[in-house]
Each structure stands twice: as structure tokens, then as C-alpha cells.
Design a protein around this ligand. Structure first.
Ligand code: SF4
Length: 198
């Protein structure tokens, strides 16, 4: 059983950030780039590195099971408040797997007004509810673009790889890959973001 529902951000994110992750593939809609875009292997970091360790896979499955429980909103909200989380990232791995789950995230965000939330998504099939989530004052949802899906269609701000054409055409903020150094910019501004593939 996972000890903590929430995990702390890594060194690049800094100690102010908490994260809630879900299993990739099971919850997201991966593109060919996600699955094979790195010399035939996954480009998505949530399909490689530590994410393939059995202990990590099992922790993600447990969080998915937690998210299906009736008391998920209360448990998450209590935990976020108890930790006094300032910045919160949903889904470094995984995505919104249903409208019902997205509505639970809306309730969590509303009950934690002192926390700033952000996430990225490829769930174009859930556009309406994700626009509703993005309309909350403390939640930013960005559409994830890549070589397979180079144009935004969800009416949300977007994140794109820095080499993509859309980055040359549209105004974007360049991710520094060091959140304390950039003062947690993408939690506090609804700009489009560009980042280097890593
Ligand atoms: S834009 Fe800034 S805050 Fe956002 S992920 Fe990149 S470094 Fe972190």
C-alpha cells in the first residue's frame, strides 16, 4: 500500500511541489511519438526510466484504485491541505481517464483554493470538462502537443516541443526545467509553454 497519496517534486521541480500520478497508457491516449518517438522506443518519459520499475508501476496502479474510491475527493483535499501544498501537478504520468474522474479533480481544486494546480492532457475526448477545469482560478490545463499532434484543438493553452513550428508562430514561454529558478512560472501564468525533449 502506498504510504503517501502525494509525492514530492523532484530536484528540478523543487520542494514546494506535490504530484499525483496515474498509470500511463491505461489513462492516457498515447500518440506514436509517445510510444516510439525516441529511436523506436518511448519518447514519453512516463514510459521509460524509473517508471518501468515494478515498484513504481504498482504505486501508480494503487493511486488509480484510490481515484476510483468514493472518498477520493475528501482524502486528496485533506492531504493537500495537511501538506500546505503551494504548487500541485496532476499527472507527470497518466491523464484524465474519464469525465467522472475529471469532475473529482474539479472538486479537489475548489476545496483547496490556496493551492495552484496545473496539468497537461492529450484527452481530446474530454475537452468540455477539461475546459471547465481550466476555467477555475487556481487550475491551468494545457494541451500536450507533439510531432503527431502539432496543432491545438481543445481551446486550452498548450505545451509543445521547442523545435515545433507552432513555437515559431505562437507566443510561448520557454521552460527552464528548473522550477525554483523560473519562480514556478507555468503555475502562475496561462501562457503556452515550450520545452526541450529530454
Ligand atoms: S516553466 Fe518553469 S515552473 Fe514550469 S515546469 Fe518549466 S521550469 Fe518548472
Amino acid at each position: 500500500m502506498v504510504k503517501d497519496i502525494l509525492i514530492k517534486g523532484n530536484a528540478k521541480m523543487g520542494s514546494e511541489v506535490y504530484i499525483f500520478n496515474l498509470p500511463p497508457k491505461k489513462t492516457c491516449t498515447p500518440t506514436a511519438w509517445c510510444l516510439y518517438g525516441r529511436n523506436g522506443k518511448p519518447a514519453c518519459y512516463a514510459l521509460r526510466n524509473r517508471y518501468v520499475f515494478p515498484s513504481v508501476i504498482s504505486a501508480l496502479e494503487e493511486r488509480h484504485a484510490l481515484s476510483l474510491q468514493e472518498d477520493f475527493v475528501e482524502r486528496m483535499s485533506e492531504e493537500i491541505k495537511r501538506k500546505k501544498a503551494i504548487f500541485f501537478r496532476f499527472h507527470s504520468a497518466g491523464d484524465f481517464y474519464s469525465e467522472e474522474y475529471a469532475r473529482k479533480v474539479i472538486e479537489i481544486s475548489k476545496s483547496c483554493p490556496n493551492t495552484l494546480f496545473r496539468t497537461t492532457t492529450r484527452r481530446r475526448d474530454l475537452t468540455d470538462v477539461l475546459q471547465e477545469l481550466n476555467s477555475l482560478p487556481n487550475f491551468i490545463v494545457r494541451e500536450s502537443l507533439d510531432n503527431e499532434r502539432p496543432k491545438p484543438v481543445m481551446g486550452l493553452p498548450f505545451t509543445a516541443l521547442s523545435h515545433m513550428d507552432i513555437v515559431k508562430k505562437e507566443k510561448t514561454y520557454r521552460c527552464l526545467d528548473d522550477c525554483p529558478a523560473c519562480d514556478y512560472y507555468c503555475w502562475q501564468h496561462r501562457d503556452n509553454i515550450n520545452f526541450d525533449e529530454f
